[in-house]
Design a protein around this ligand. Structure first.
Ligand SMILES: *Cc1c(COP(=O)(O)O)cnc(C)c1O
Length: 219
């Protein structure tokens, strides 16, 4: 299959409520352009340096998302252009995003990264860290950090029941946060979950953004 055929195969099974984010890490500029030429406009990178390089060498109408762990001292490099940060996981980071967004007169859409997987290596806030994070008084002044939902990564395992449970937990946390902290605001609407190996389960469990790399580029 070609890249075009693989893209189409993924898109055909997606409900209208779910967007495809193509993860372009490790790929060449030519490979990314091939996907771009099929009409895809949302791409994601997991490292700041790569996101900046790609933004500079690829067409201007691409929306760039950051999906990897973000260090506070690197926010300044992406603040001028990033379309969404999927990895908000601390108040310190939120305050820095606020500061840099203000410099550029922007509002930056962000997702709170949740830790639902069993592996210790996966970052994000655990369900009980969320309340401290979201009830911090400093949110009153953070008018440029727009929290649009949550992101999670499931455990890397062949046990599809476990993966499903973790996605279901993500959906439950999403609903709880939406009513507890966001007054059911419709702008709080995204659940970014699902990668090449588990996106079908994620879609069944209510994903609104799947992040797919290898399945698009190598099959
Ligand atoms: C690499 C990556 C993806 C895409 O993974 P694939 O298995 O290549 O689809 C999605 N989300 C995050 C956070 C990643 O780092």
């Amino acid at each position: 299959m070609t890249i075009k055929e693989r893209l189409r195969a993924i898109q055909q099974n997606l409900p209208e409520t779910c967007q495809l984010i193509v993860v372009s890490k490790y790929r060449t500029r030519e490979e990314i352009l091939e996907v771009y030429n099929c009409g895809q406009r949302i791409f994601a990178e997991n490292r700041v340096q790569n996101l900046v390089e790609r933004k500079n060498e690829l067409p201007d109408d691409i929306q760039w998302h950051l999906i990897g762990q973000l260090q506070t001292n690197k926010v300044k490099y992406i603040a001028p252009f990033v379309s969404m940060i999927h990895s908000l996981d601390s108040l310190k980071l939120a305050l820095e995003i606020q500061k840099q967004a203000e410099k550029h007169q922007r509002v930056i859409p962000c997702l709170i990264q949740l830790h639902v997987a069993q592996e210790d290596t996966k970052s994000g806030l655990s369900p009980d860290e969320l309340d401290d994070f979201l009830s911090a008084p400093s949110w009153a002044d953070m008018d440029r950090v727009k929290i649009c939902g949550v992101m999670s990564m499931a455990t890397f395992t062949a046990d599809t029941n476990q993966v499903r449970n973790e996605f279901r937990q993500t959906q439950e946390v999403f609903k709880r946060l939406k009513s507890t902290y966001f007054n059911n605001n419709p702008d709080f609407r995204h659940i970014s979950m699902g990668m090449s190996n588990d996106y079908s389960i994620a879609v069944e469990e209510g994903s609104t953004m799947i992040r797919i790399g290898s399945l698009v580029f190598t099959g």
